[in-house]
Design a protein around this ligand. Structure first.
Ligand code: ADP
Ligand code: ADP
Ligand code: MG
Length: 457
């Protein structure tokens, strides 16, 4: 029996459009909650109904829990989808939705709480037999304690925010003398970004790749949908995602996906989720870094590889349906690459440069998927992140996917704001990338070597 007849979208941009599309295909009415800056957005145009939830600053709209829940209730919605970013990993919000009688499209609030504290998640992973890097078992309580941990794990180490996300509140520390200042700065950044300054420490491993495993479950039947490789980053933030990972042997793939399922089962996971790892490709070792208890930006990579619709599956599971597939039904076919097209100036440290789009001509044709909320004349609000579009291509193998991405990037025309398109064109021609021989510092250390803004990446 379908309980969800109407769903409130508590997010914006391309993910709001993505969620509305899923609703439409499921015969569910979509209600878009929008801020004053998003009045003319594609999400508002596509939704069945839309409600203004406040002023442009996120704190007054997309982060305002009470306003969102009241708006959802008043609109007659039965469910709420948090998307990614904003309140998508806020256990309090999930709990308040549940209390208000709204179906929260995501895991149980208790599971969000468990995994949302990244230091606690590391402990849990360790309990479930999943390898983690050396580091502090709990959030650190004093600089002296951090210095002791530093002596034990060795340098370089990474100071990380327990509530972290989006690459923020993270600092690489190369020697003990830098530790105090790094702790202060990371704590300040984490307090400002997440309202929580608690920090923990991990051994900083380099060179490594970022590989993550998509899982989905209904609380009982919990399976994985393969991996995505998100090694191409700047400032610990992803720029390109692809699958399957060019760096995993079949044996390592087997181990890493099995560990992800083990950990998801350990917490009785319900909904879609992602377990992130760093991988030492030379040693064929992997280490769990965090779990994202939400839909991820790069989920379409998995959708194109498996033919599954993750957002519809999330909604069905939230509605109480059991997961309709089992592990042996999952087939990964071909190769997919996603490039994040952001309004950023790669020549100036990838700084966000929102503005008004002039031309917006997106590529299409065989094997191309665009997830975007942009259109010619669209005004990118300065209040939110700078994503304009996700460009994805499918190829029967990686070689075809690379050629197709090159072709599609050539068709992509955006004027009015600087974008990452030229960066991606350069990357796709780098022989190291073509050969799959990259690491998470590749953009900074190889592509930007000697560049005046190298220190910013
Ligand atoms: P993904 O793994 O899905 O790529 P990211 O870490 O890039 O996730 O974050 C997805 C989006 O959410 C980005 O726009 C990022 O800036 C934002 N984000 C992530 N975590 C937080 C957070 N705790 N608070 C605010 N925004 C966040
Ligand atoms: P966030 O919550 O901001 O997404 P993550 O813990 O997922 O933070 O880490 C983001 C990125 O930082 C990773 O993709 C990786 O590039 C780098 N990173 C994180 N932990 C380590 C580590 N222990 N050693 C080396 N790099 C790391
Ligand atoms: Mg992460």
């Amino acid at each position: 029996m379908q309980r969800i007849k109407s769903l409130f979208v508590a997010n914006r941009g391309e993910i709001a459009v993505r969620i509305i599309r899923a609703c439409r295909e499921l015969g569910i009415a979509a209600v878009q909650g929008y801020s004053e800056a998003d009045q003319d957005s594609l999400a508002v145009k596509f939704a069945d109904k839309s409600v203004c939830i406040g002023a442009a600053p996120s704190k007054e709209s997309y982060l305002n829990q009470k306003v969102l829940i009241d708006a959802a209730k008043a609109s007659g919605a039965d469910a709420i989808h948090p998307g990614y970013g904003f309140l998508s990993e806020n256990a309090e919000f999930a709990e308040q939705c549940e209390k208000a009688g709204l179906i929260y499209v995501g895991p149980q609030s208790s599971v969000i709480r468990l995994m949302g504290d990244k230091a606690a998640a590391r402990k849990l992973a360790h309990e479930a037999g999943v390898p983690i890097t050396m580091g502090s078992p709990d959030p650190i309580t004093s600089p002296e304690e951090a210095i002791e941990i530093g002596k034990r794990v060795g340098y370089p180490l990474l100071v990380k925010a327990a509530a972290g996300g989006g690459g923020r509140g993270m600092r690489v520390v190369t020697q003990e003398g830098e530790l105090r200042e790094s702790l202060e700065r990371a704590a300040a950044e984490a307090s400002a970004a997440f309202g929580d300054g608690s920090l923990y420490i991990e051994k900083y491993l380099s060179p490594v790749r970022h590989v993550e495993v998509q899982v989905i479950g209904d609380g009982n039947n919990i399976i994985h949908l393969g991996e995505r490789d998100c090694t191409i980053q700047r400032r610990h933030q992803k720029l390109v995602e692809e699958g399957p990972s060019p760096a995993l042997s079949p044996a390592l793939r087997e181990r890493i996906t099995a560990s992800a399922v083990a950990l998801a089962r350990h917490v009785g996971y319900r909904s879609a989720g992602t377990l992130e790892y760093i991988v030492d490709a030379a040693k064929q070792e992997f280490y769990f870094i965090e779990m994202n208890t939400r839909i991820q930006v790069e989920h379409p990579v998995t959708e194109m590889l498996t033919g599954l619709d993750l957002v519809k599956m999330q909604i069905r599971i939230a509605d109480g349906e059991p997961l309709a597939i089992k592990q042996s039904d999952v087939r990964v076919s071909g190769h997919v690459i996603e490039c994040r097209i952001n309004a950023e100036d790669p020549e100036k440290g990838f700084m966000p440069r929102p503005g008004v789009l002039g031309e917006y001509t997106a590529p299409s044709g065989p094997g191309v998927r665009i997830d975007s909320h942009a259109f010619p004349g669209y005004k990118l609000p300065p209040h939110y992140d700078s994503l304009i579009a996700k460009l994805l291509v499918w190829g029967s193998d990686r070689t075809e996917a690379l050629a197709r991405m090159k072709r599609a990037l050539g068709e992509f025309k955006i004027s009015g704001v600087p974008t990452t398109i030229e960066f991606h064109k350069r990357l796709i021609d780098e022989s190291d990338f073509v050969e799959g021989d990259v690491h998470t510092r590749y953009v900074k250390e190889k592509m930007w070597a000697g560049h005046p803004t190298q220190h910013m990446l």
